[in-house]
Design a protein around this ligand. Sequence first.
Ligand code: GMT
Length: 375
Amino acid sequence: MKIGIVCYPTFGGSGVVATELGLELSKRGHEIHFITYSQPVRLELLSHNVHYHEVNVPEYPLFLYQPYELALSSKLVDMVKLHKIEVLHVHYAIPHAYAAYMAKKMLQEEGVYVPIVTTLHGTDITLVGSHPFYKPAVTFSINKSDAVTSVSQSLKEDTLRLFDIKKEINVVPNFIDLTKHEPNFTDCQRAMMATDNEKIITHISNFRKVKQIPDVIKIFNTIQKKIPAKLMMVGEGPEREPAERLCEKLGISDKVVFFGNSNEIDKILCFSDLFLLPSLTESFGLSALEAMASGVPVISSNTGGIPEVNEHGFSGYLSEINDVDDMSKNAIYILSDDQRLAAFKSNAKAVAQKFGIHKIVPQYEAIYEDTLKKC
Ligand code: GMT
């Protein structure tokens, strides 16, 4: 099939999932066209069946806000016609589902039919999309999609609760290329980061409020009082600077490394002993799955889709949002006994197998085929 993929090209989970999906589909013989405003961060190699088309938004001083949706839908029309794209798969409803619907209608005027598959990722529903200023347009574009998927059962339920949705929502969980997390794939440089007696704790996110970064620091602060440890903070975002200040205030700056954004998270996860994800909400928690695939147990909040990924008492522990004391207690419990830590590590890896890329991607292929049959 010739598939157009629209996503945010940034380090966010939705862009990562869209990019990994496109790359896997290309390996399975499909022709993939990424259509977005810059080259997706995990899209390193373009090839004969992986293409990238940039959406340009010309600046005009009259506009306080440049009309990205308009530029995107025009680009979609042009690319569908030029490359004979058969299906458009848009990741993150805002504004992609809306722009894709407009493109579809414009194409119909010219006798070209292209079905739209919309994947809901989380904040497009739980935080941004349900805002009254966006809600009618988000509801409309979800209902007008030819197929709708959500990355967890929890996100499906949130969508049905928050919006008046007439369309069937298929749950297609996020996935992971397990081979990239195999020890022999990664050159593990643990000795560079910590001594043998220190445990390595990791957090990866876009450092937004929803990630509860102060909780990450507080949990680590409690851990390091009992167990020699280092904290790896990976990612960029508005909460990074306050986090650095909090570390200074607590006198733990020498034990915390801020990496910024990284394309090599497997290299950081390979030497990690524990992953912290105390988010306020999380439709899935792709970073937790990436950690688990590397054999890193997860201490997380019990929110959204996280319990569909992190199995309480097996691959890690779940605590109520903001319950820093419980999360610290669970972390110390796992880390304080090497045999127990080894068992949690192997459990985490075992759970991650359920989300292997080869199990999940065929589900998307079946959805594309189904939408094509109906047209
Ligand atoms: O986590 C973020 O804030 C980024 C966001 C995104 O849209 O890129 O992530 C969402 O989609 C990911 C991929 O499906 C999920 O793993 C994340 O849980 C979800 N984030 C939230 O729901 C907060």
